[in-house]
Design a binder for this molecule. Sequence first.
Ligand SMILES: Cc1cc2nc3c(=O)[nH]c(=O)nc-3n(C[C@H](O)[C@H](O)[C@H](O)COP(=O)(O)OP(=O)(O)OC[C@H]3O[C@@H](n4cnc5c(N)ncnc54)[C@H](O)[C@@H]3O)c2cc1C
Length: 474
Amino acid sequence: MYSYANKRIRIREETPTLRSHDFDEIIHPYSPIEAIREAERCNQCALPYCIEACPISQDCRGYVTLISQGKFDEAAKTVLFANPMASSLCKACYHYCETACIRGNRGLPVAIRHLKRAALEYGDSDLEYASAARLGFQVAVIGGGPAGIMAAWELALRGYSVTVFEQDSQFGGQMGAIPRYRLDGSELEKDMHRLRGLDIRFHTGRKAGTDFTPESLLKEGYEAVYVAIGTSAHRELGIPGEEKPGVYPALEFLKEANRGAPPEVGKRVVVVGGGDVAMDAARTSLRLTNGGQVVVAYRRTREEMPAEKEEIKETVDEGIEFLYLAAPLEIRGKDRVEGVVFQKMKLSEPDASGRRSPVPIPGEEEFVPCDSVIAAVGQKADMIGFSRELGLAAGSQGAPEGKLPGFSTGVEGVFASGGKSIVFAMAAATKAAEAIDAYVSRKHGLSPHPRPHPFGDRESVPVPSGYTGPSWHF
Ligand SMILES: Cc1cc2nc3c(=O)[nH]c(=O)nc-3n(C[C@H](O)[C@H](O)[C@H](O)COP(=O)(O)OP(=O)(O)OC[C@H]3O[C@@H](n4cnc5c(N)ncnc54)[C@H](O)[C@@H]3O)c2cc1C
């Protein structure tokens, strides 16, 4: 057994100076031997906190153990048992498992996400999912993001015929905005290729609310409809000048950059916002300005920034500047953006919950010249064309949801959910898919169908020993 159990095997990444000029991937995978060494650090806890912290209850301990034994094929299969989007998640997951890893109490947690990547890189990961016997029931899914894809997988495995309607020309939802230095674009293709044996039809360019509605799909003969439309519309800054050429919503900006057609940003960019999307927009802008200047403006201080600490550090390391305690007042410019006027702010005394709000300092303003502005102040669902009867409302994770436990809406047979991250969206989809299966089965006098073995084997997938249930709740 490797003796330096508290010392994580170093993850190789590009230096800030090199990486900030192009969109090449920053993180390099472990070599097989490095992966085995890192996997040997796993404590093999009798109570698997990592599995309980994972929204889709992946058997992290199981695949880490297999890697420590050099069994990469078996590790890849274990990863893919519960995770049909593993190629994407092995690079982009927020790794809730690692936060729960007890190795993190004294040193760095086991690099579980990185080991997942090793399993898929060095093991046979081009497996094909197989469905149980066809049930002869059709279900429609609206939205081709992680929640929609996960629900399609869950239902098709059970033998349903699934049709996914996506408004965009590409699948992946917000994942399509994750910059190429984190996801190079090939990952979703690999994930979707494993679905090739399932009865799923994918349609792009079909928008619910315009081309059809959940109710019209029910009338067409679908037994149930799952609405997984996420948060694809941007929140506006709500200030004068926002309509000027050179102002871009972050989500669209990032998707266009990934598709090789970024808008013209010039040499100086101001990004407004303090979340992960703002960091991605700033770092993408920096790469597009070719040595220009990027400023992130946020109305509170670095301590209150909602972005992941790791993301903020990487953004700072790349040379992006931060303007704290600044709220945008007006975007100025004649024919296009020439700069932003910011109201200087201060933090109030803590309220009862201990939270300090930003309040304006009267008369203190600052003009920041720039060629473009990227608004990264949040997203919301576009629910235009969805009926009031559905009762869709943004849930705690932002996306429109039905009611718990199964995310059913006000219209019988229609379910809705989504998530604050890829893996939470997948977990929300699993819950909805189970409810859809229970609903359709009940309607036809059948028992619900538990998720069958995803590779068509006879035996069922065993529950990891010591697993007591998820440590999180919707
Ligand atoms: C820039 C950025 C970076 C991110 N980075 C990470 C990360 O590193 N790790 C992580 O875990 N999460 C990350 N996230 C969050 C993650 O991508 C989302 O939480 C996740 O995609 C939500 O999945 P979803 O399926 O619920 O919704 P979405 O991804 O929003 O998918 C909804 C889909 O429905 C489609 N749709 C919407 N309305 C309609 C309609 N009327 N008809 C038909 N189709 C419709 C949309 O086009 C979209 O494809 C990031 C998000 C962004 C924006």
